[in-house]
Design a protein around this ligand. Sequence first.
Ligand code: SF4
Length: 353
Amino acid sequence: MDNLLNYELIELNDIVSGLGEKSFRAGQVFGWLAKGVASFDEMRNVPAALRQRLSEQYYIGLPAVVAVQRSAEDGTVKCLFEYAGPNDGAVAVRIESVLMRYEYGNSICISSQAGCRMGCRFCASTRNGLVRNLTAGEMLGQVLAMRNLLRETDPAADIRHIVVMGMGEPFDNYDELSRFLRIVHDPKGYNLGMRNITVSTCGIVPMIGRFAEDFPQVNVAISLHAPNDAVRRETMPIARKYSMEELLNACANYAERTGRRVTFEYALIRGVNDGADQAAELATMLKKHIPAQFLHVNLIPLNSVDGTGLAGTDRAAAESFCSVLEKRGVQATVRRTLGSDIDAACGQLRSRY
Ligand code: SF4
């Protein structure tokens, strides 16, 4: 048995033709899958014989909901999902997705891997290393299952922004990430504009150039979290492989190739990377490599994670870090710490279970 959510429309055409049906039926099936149906029986305009034949070989791999946390403060919803990997030999995994409410609409942060092998010190997702890569259908399933959950109380609810910034390093699972992007973008399916998608990386330098070639309209966010190599190496092992110089040069090439701004994510960690002198150093480092109009820094006080010994910067110190950047001509924003009353930091909810 195979998860039908893993397939692009062009492949579904072959599947449906192979089952002796006209290929336009593939478009109907693909459309139903993007609506988030949980069973073939719900595909009302698809002939019963085709539904039957599909169900003999495929399943619709929506995840089971293990736990849901809702923030009373800001409406953030965090889900712990489980993929049982029923018949295809895949290891059962639990992964997290977070739904965030913004003025411009709902945005979901999805996971690209179960666990992660990147070893960032401040991150709960990496504690037990990488369990396995998620498939494209398992990435899509998080979006569909979250939307289904929202629609239980609000039938008109939708999710029109996706950030691939949850558990895992997306560029460490590039083929499935690419497949997911093509599926979710397809106008006959979920029909999400590439510009409404952001992929975050801890900085796998060679992949940044490749991504700019393959998906020039998708936004890229870089988890930077440090003003220099020494501080970055303290918290992010990837920094031992690629220097900031190499990373920022790759970002400059991305901006030049795509004409798109690069967002730098900077988790403010008290006493580690949040000093005024470090803000000045960060501004100098960024502007040295990337024209100011192509860069933006998102400052996020760290959501503290038990056992790391690291704590988030308070709001006032975050604002003053931000103003140092802005005075030096670097656009920056202090982000709300979403869902601070729930386990909103990546990997926290999964650790609890
Ligand atoms: S922050 Fe991202 S890249 Fe780093 S360990 Fe966590 S999931 Fe992996």
